[in-house]
Design a protein. Sequence first.
Length: 305
Amino acid sequence: MPIPNYQTLFGPILDLAVNGRITRQSATATMSDRFNLNPVERQERIPSGGATYIRNRVGWAMTYLTKAGLIEKVAPKTYEATDQGREFLKAHPDGFSNSELRQIEEFQQFQKSGRERGESDTDAAATDATTPYERIDKALAEINADLKGELISEILAQSPDFFERVVLDLLVAMGYGGSREDAAEHIGGVGDEGLDGRINQDPLGLDVVLVQAKRYKLDNVVGRQLLQQFVGAMHGQGATKGVFITTSRFAGTAEDYVQRGSQLKLVLIDGDQLADLMLRHHIGVRVERQANVLALDNNYFEGDQ
């Protein structure tokens, strides 16, 4: 069964609070059972990874019910229905949404404060199915998807030599070799056996990762033959570890060769993965805007006063 959105949870959670005290944890477990979520659905997390979808949606449903005065906090992390909540549930036994909550004065005041911060009624209506955290994650995903496309386009506009150096910078930023100056060597040129870089994972160079970088347009797929050539070069250098990175993608035969045909430790990174790693390790990008998402520190309020 699909994971219910937070508005679908309003009625069941209020019913739960009418019949006894609840916490976010207990409500999450009960809603997971009530909607017959399978193990994968129970563990599926929002893109930021901060919480599961069901826990996030239960939390926001309880927040909105609290703002509407239908449930209230009666002990640390513990809630129960108010008299208003009990009457509201009787009037809406088949469930309700934000439309019904907007008829409650307390909820109107809550939304008014949001509009004063710049959210319009149209914005709220358009995003009712998702929680604020989900909207943040979706916006970030859209921004990053666009930025990933820009990164690959910019790399394709540069020289092959530039791309090879980008790859070495990325691998060092990921922790391979320690520092760019001491551990990463750009090879390239005549007699390089097709290799583009070498990462020394220890000061003496006893543990080496060889690198092959192909700055290919998106429709130029890396096939098995290029990987076989790379493996041959690795054997020639006495290396057992290698990374093959491309701005395009790998053919199925190439991936099958790596999975079943080679005894070496060979990692393939395609253009989409490359852009993901560049964002994660801030290679070729800068922080444009930063915002802290705050949450109530329950421990502060539950300690001795």
